[in-house]
Design a protein around this ligand. Structure first.
Ligand SMILES: *Cc1c(COP(=O)(O)O)cnc(C)c1O
Length: 403
């Protein structure tokens, strides 16, 4: 709506300075090294130690991206062609790429309408004789209902790969996410809480999986013995020392970044508790949301006009809001609708190892969330005062739109 008053959020979007002295100091140390190779590299070693400071997992493999971490995790499970991994439809392509490359089948289960995370009952309904694993994604930094998901996994003898790419610093019942499943995967891409440009980490406490973790991201070469006789097919997903140097410095900031975002995001939700037509995200009991971004829904049955009109009014009030998150559930992307995974073919289906047809998949709750969801940035440079203005602006717009 046009208005002649000044916007309620009357200051520019705060932008954190993400890299500084800590990164420079690591990089300065790095340029004095003789090698930038990861194996026993000082920066990689420091990264593994720093990661373990937050996530005390025994086997840790830094790698080139979050997608790479997830691919390594899937490969470590040694899926046979046609075996299935249950995934949510509101996520990044990185969650499913590795499954497909390992000739597995991503099976989409619907999500909870208020947390946007995998619904344990929908997961259970999606289980078949071919299911091997569940991949809970902590969307936007909001921890999944891990207790229920782990119970489903245990009942059916399934592995759990936690996709924590959006959930640095998030916790569930006092422990960081990633410590609950069999394998934990994180991303350092440019947009995540922590970044080294591109990078990732895959980690586990499981001896059977962990002993070979690095081989799945390092051509199946044995760096310990120096032997070179790969017994499995594995890509090169190594992280090099420059990324490890930056990532190590970034990890020292994790506690502060997560605490600030948690406080701001929860404060925004509290301020919206009485706002008509606006549904703030719900955090599981015992959950600690680290707000990679803030993801609310509009109850359009109580609001006049469209989501886009609502968002346009928010922007007029100075709120950096966006309509929706990803444009469609992942199964609606062209590559899934055409099953064009390998040169126009999907070998596991051609071989009769799956009957999956992504054109038939429907996850109505995920589809509704993507139709009426609104996303807002949260970052550690924002003040409580800024968030208070954002809350007031959303409330004012909602009251103008309420039926
Ligand atoms: C970012 C992201 C990934 C992939 O990470 P990259 O480092 O970009 O490969 C995977 N899963 C989720 C949920 C993500 O948000």
């Amino acid at each position: 709506m046009s208005s002649d008053h000044s916007p309620i959020v009357d200051e520019p979007l705060p932008r954190p300075r993400r890299w500084g002295e800590a990164e420079l100091s690591r990089l300065t140390e790095m340029v004095g090294q003789e090698s930038l190779f990861y194996w026993k590299g000082p920066q990689t070693t420091a990264l593994i130690d720093g990661f373990r400071g937050h996530y005390p997992l025994k086997h840790v493999f830094p790698c080139s991206s979050g997608s790479a971490a997830l691919h390594v995790a899937v490969a470590a499970l040694r899926l046979r062609p046609g075996e299935e991994v249950i995934v949510p439809p509101i996520t990044d392509m990185g969650s499913v790429i590795g499954i497909l490359y390992q000739q597995g089948v991503p099976v989409f289960a619907d999500v909870d309408p208020r947390t946007y995370n995998l619904d344990p009952a929908a997961v259970e309904r999606a289980i078949t004789a071919r299911t091997r694993a569940i991949m809970p994604v902590h969307v936007a930094g909001n921890p999944c209902d891990l207790e229920a998901l782990l119970a489903v996994a245990r009942r059916h003898g399934l592995s759990v790969i936690e996709d924590c790419a959006q959930a640095w610093g998030a916790r569930y019942r006092g422990l960081p996410v990633g410590l609950y499943g069999d394998l934990a995967c994180y991303s350092f891409n440019d947009f995540k809480h922590l970044s080294c440009g591109d990078g990732g980490v895959v980690a586990t406490n499981d001896e059977a999986l962990g002993g070979g973790l690095s081989k799945w991201g390092d051509k199946c070469y044995d760096r310990v013995t120096g032997g070179r006789d790969p017994v499995d097919l594995a890509p090169n997903y190594r992280m090099s020392e420059p990324q490890a140097a930056v990532a190590t410095a970034q990890l020292t900031k994790l506690g502060g970044i997560a605490a600030t975002r948690n406080r701001l995001g929860d404060a925004l939700s509290a301020s919206l508790a009485g706002t008509p037509g606006v549904l703030p995200p719900v955090v599981q009991p015992g959950g600690y949301h680290s707000y990679w971004f803030y993801f609310l829904r509009l109850d359009l049955s109580h609001l006049s006009g469209s989501r886009d009109a609502f968002v346009a009014d928010l922007r007029t009030e100075g709120v950096a809001a966006n309509a929706g998150y990803i444009p469609q559930p992942v199964y609606r992307y062209s590559v899934f609708q055409t099953h064009n995974f390998f040169g126009g073919h999907w070998p596991v289906r051609d071989a009769g190892l799956t009957s999956m047809d992504y054109r038939d998949v429907r996850c109505p709750i995920a589809e509704a969330i993507l139709r009426d969801g609104v996303t807002l940035p949260i970052n550690e440079a924002m003040s409580d005062r800024y968030i208070e203005k954002v809350g007031r602006a959303i409330d004012a717009v909602a009251r103008r739109h309420v039926r």
